[in-house]
Design a protein. Structure first.
Length: 182
């Protein structure tokens, strides 16, 4: 035998089946003032007015079952949903060809950035010798949330210097040199 539901299904009038005794009851509830209403037993066979369904004859019930959805036009069928057909390069406009090239380049960049390096120690040594790390050279073109860029400022996050803003860094260093602490 399966376990009873934690929250039993109730009718419109609030009647539920007690999982322990399998009797129909209105479960106890809390009043707005904090006091608790007692659980009420419902005698067998009683159906409150809220739970009485509207009478439908057999023909009416059959007609409603066969009825078309509201707003449906007789004889109209929605167009079939086919997969997107790839457009040949000859029928593309200049802008479409340009956008297609951009998409391919973006895919290539993400594939390159996802590759795992074989030896991390060698890469770190090379980056330190040049003065910049390899992480600053290869910035993935993924638009992340929470990153501060010129196009998308986020003042809660420190400025993103991965894009090679060496001139901005030098300008900031000059400003810090000019500041005097008294």
């Amino acid at each position: 035998m399966s376990k009873p539901a934690i929250v039993p299904e109730t009718t419109t009038a609030g009647i539920a089946v007690d999982p322990r005794t399998l009797e129909r009851v209105i479960p106890e509830s809390r009043r707005p003032d904090g006091s608790i209403r007692k659980e009420k037993k419902i005698r067998p066979g009683y159906t409150p007015q809220e739970d009485v369904r509207r009478f439908r004859g057999t023909r009416q019930a059959q007609a409603e079952a066969n009825a078309l959805p509201k707003g449906h036009i007789v004889g109209w069928a929605p167009p079939p949903k086919a997969a997107a057909v790839p457009v040949s390069k000859a029928s593309m406009t200049k802008a479409q060809k340009k956008n297609e090239k951009r998409k391919e380049k973006r895919k290539e960049k993400t594939v390159e950035s996802e590759k795992v390096k074989d030896n991390w120690e060698e890469d770190d040594d090379e980056g330190e010798a040049e003065g910049t790390s390899t992480a600053t050279k290869e910035a993935p073109s993924v638009d992340r949330e929470g990153v501060h860029t010129a196009n998308k400022p986020n003042w809660a996050v420190a400025p993103d210097t991965k894009k090679g803003d060496d001139a901005a860094a030098e300008g900031l260093a000059d400003k810090l040199d000019k500041l005097e602490v008294r």
